[in-house]
Design a protein around this ligand. Structure first.
Ligand code: SF4
Length: 370
């Protein structure tokens, strides 16, 4: 697929309303919708425009806030499905996520959903989510979705306060029969500014651990850690895993819980990054390269998302690969290119080096030697 012409995934923040108030929430969600939220008709116009991307329009992921806080969510899913767009949903675990509502969503074409799980036990998960009893509710929600035949993706945001538990989270994902584990590497936007991300060495250890975890029957993908693809590529070519303390603890825990891995790695490797294969539309219609990179390049439905994605200077530069620092010299620039959102949140420049990556490009030695 030519990612200069069409994204793989379009994220639509249907609303900022959500009954939860998670400590890392990018959207800084609140109980009521913000003024300016796109109407039903405006949302439909935006969906229709997606068809201009070509014969296989991108997958539309309806997120929030909590998309189930929108009274028209079933109508929106039905409309997108009716015009040939594949729809996935990212609901919050709240009393609205009932079996009846899941069946209604299935009836209007939703076959996959993502659920957030940020710890391996109630104290960690509920410390982050802020709701007593939410860990058990989340586990029950995943079991119900799997039972209803929904393809379930578990989203986990990794940060200092939960990194030590990732091996137990991986074992839980296997036990719950989730198909995909998507691990978000914390970016300091929204309420996430108040939490501590891992440093680059910690990120490297987690990426190697995730490669190991992907050998237990579920797919592993990352968000804002495209250097996971560099790690996966190195491991496929036989590079040994590192000996960092976090990696040692997590990989030992994984084997203790799940035994020796027996399956081929399922480490997501599509060469996407913020603005390349991915585009995000806010509740008010702003078109961003990613949810964690709030640089507006236009507004739907006034602007065409197709034109903005293909031609706007912000998107073109993010895809161009003309990055600063190590990312600009890196032999993995095409495959990875670094988290543009992290570069923006740390340096104020989406084209700067990704400080979350430990890699020193080979070519740097040549430049230094010259
Ligand atoms: S230096 Fe940049 S482009 Fe290279 S692997 Fe790290 S994040 Fe990716």
């Amino acid at each position: 697929m030519n990612l200069d012409q069409s994204p793989l995934l379009v994220f639509y923040e249907t609303t900022r309303a959500c009954p939860l108030a998670c400590r890392h929430c990018r959207a800084e969600a609140m109980p009521d919708p913000l003024p300016g939220q796109l109407t039903t008709d405006q949302s439909k116009l935006f969906f229709e425009d997606l068809l201009r991307f070509g014969q296989r329009p991108p997958i539309l992921i309806l997120t929030g806030g909590d998309p189930l806080m929108r009274a028209d969510i079933f109508e929106l899913c039905a409309y997108a499905s009716s015009i040939g767009i594949t729809v996935a949903l990212s609901p919050s675990v709240t009393p609205s996520l009932t079996t009846a509502n899941v069946r209604r969503l299935k009836d209007v074409g939703v076959s996959s959903m993502s659920i957030s799980l940020d710890g391996a036990n109630a104290p960690t998960h509920e410390n982050i989510r802020g709701v007593p009893g939410h860990f058990a509710q989340t586990v029950d929600a995943v079991l119900m979705l799997v039972d209803e035949g929904i393809t379930v993706q578990i989203n986990t945001t990794v940060m200092e306060i939960n990194a030590d538990e990732l091996d137990t989270v991986a074992a839980l994902i296997k036990e719950l029969k989730a198909a995909i584990w998507e691990v978000f590497f914390l970016i300091g936007v929204g309420r996430g500014k108040g939490l501590s991300a891992l440093d680059a060495a910690g990120n490297e250890d987690v990426c190697h651990f995730l490669y190991d975890a992907s050998r237990y029957g579920f797919t592993v993908r990352t968000v804002e850690a495209p250097f996971f693809r560099r790690v996966a590529s190195e491991r496929r070519r036989g590079r040994p895993a590192p000996c960092g303390p976090l990696y040692r603890r997590l990989s030992h825990g994984l084997r203790e819980r799940l035994g020796e891995p027996r399956e081929a790695p399922r480490a997501g490797t599509a060469g996407t990054r913020d603005g390349k294969g991915i585009v995000f539309v806010s509740h008010a219609g702003d078109i961003y390269p990613a949810g964690f990179l709030p640089v507006s390049a236009g507004k739907v439905p006034t602007d065409s998302i197709v034109d903005v994605y293909r031609d706007h200077a912000v998107f073109a530069s993010l895809r161009g690969g003309d990055f600063g620092g190590r990312c600009g010299r890196c032999d993995y620039r095409e495959m990875c290119g670094g988290s543009r959102a992290r570069a923006f949140s740390v340096a104020g420049d989406p084209l700067a080096e990704d400080p979350g990556c430990i890699y020193v490009p080979l070519v740097e030695d040549v430049v230094g030697a010259g």
